[in-house]
Write a protein that binds this ligand. Structure first.
Ligand code: URA
Ligand code: SF4
Length: 223
C-alpha cells in the first residue's frame, strides 16, 4: 500500500476502502507482468506507437497521439483517446475540451510545459469519437504503462469514465469513483470528470471538478 495515499486519504477524512473493487488484485498483476527493458525511452515508445498496427484504430488515424509533456511531471493527465483536432496535430487535448482543461490547470497553477504530461489510454482516434473498445484498450495498454514507468509522475489525474475505470480496475461510474484517491503502479491517482462532459453539463459537474482540482493541489502542496 502506498503510504502517501494512505496519509492523504486520512487528511481528507476519506474512507480507507480504496482497496475495494479488485484494485489490490489488479495491482499484483501489473507489478508481476510489467517488466520493461532497461534502455526504454519515451522516444522509443513514440516510434513504436507511430508504427503500431496492434488494433483496428490504426486504420483510420491520421496521426498517432503518444502524449506530450515533461519528465517527472507533477501531474500526468490521462484521457481516453484522441479526438479530431488531436488526430490532425498529433498533440493531446488541443481541441475545445483540451483548451478548457488548460483553464483547470491554470486555476491550480500547473502549466503544460513545466508541470504536466498529458496522454491518453489509446493513442489513435476512435472513429466518430466513439468509446475505445476493450480489445483496443488492452492492445494499447503496454505503451501507457511503459510511459508511466519512465515519467514517474508525482500524481496521476484521469479524466472521464473510461480512463478511471481502466486504471482503477472498476466498472463503477465516474460519479462513484471520484472523490477519493487511488494507487496505480505505486502512484497516487485522482479521478475526475472529462472536460467535454463538464462543457456539456456545467451545472452538475463544475463543482465536483473544482473539488477534485483542489484535492490535486492540496496533495502536491503536501509533498
Ligand atoms: N479527449 C480525450 O480524452 N483526449 C484527447 O486527447 C482529447 C480529447
Ligand atoms: Fe496501436 Fe494503440 Fe493505435 Fe491501437 S490505438 S493501433 S494499439 S497505438
Amino acid at each position: 500500500m502506498n503510504s502517501k495515499v494512505e496519509r492523504f486519504n486520512r487528511l481528507l477524512d476519506l474512507s480507507m476502502d480504496y482497496l475495494e473493487d479488485g484494485v489490490r488484485r489488479e495491482h499484483r498483476e501489473i507489478e508481476a507482468g510489467a517488466g520493461i527493458r532497461k534502455e526504454d525511452s519515451l522516444t522509443t515508445i513514440e516510434a513504436e506507437i507511430a508504427a503500431c498496427s496492434k488494433c483496428r484504430l490504426c486504420e483510420n488515424r491520421n496521426k498517432t497521439v503518444p502524449g506530450k509533456g515533461v519528465l517527472n511531471p507533477k501531474v500526468m493527465i490521462i484521457g481516453e483517446g484522441p479526438g479530431a483536432e488531436e488526430d490532425k496535430t498529433g498533440i493531446p487535448f488541443v481541441g475545445r475540451a483540451g483548451q478548457y482543461m488548460d483553464k483547470w490547470m491554470d486555476a491550480i497553477d500547473l502549466k503544460r510545459d513545466k508541470d504536466l504530461f498529458i496522454g491518453n489510454i489509446v493513442k489513435c482516434r476512435p472513429p466518430g469519437n466513439r468509446d475505445p473498445h476493450p480489445d483496443e484498450i488492452e492492445a494499447c495498454r503496454g505503451y501507457l504503462e511503459r510511459q508511466i514507468k519512465i515519467l514517474k509522475p508525482s500524481l496521476i489525474m484521469t479524466v472521464g469514465r473510461i480512463a478511471a475505470q481502466e486504471l482503477i480496475g472498476s466498472s463503477s461510474g465516474i460519479g462513484r469513483l471520484r472523490g477519493r484517491m487511488y494507487d496505480y503502479m505505486g502512484i497516487p491517482l485522482i479521478p475526475t470528470y472529462h472536460p467535454s462532459g463538464v462543457l456539456r453539463n456545467p451545472e452538475n459537474y463544475r463543482k465536483p471538478v473544482w473539488e477534485d482540482l483542489k484535492a490535486v493541489r492540496k496533495f502536491l502542496d503536501s509533498l
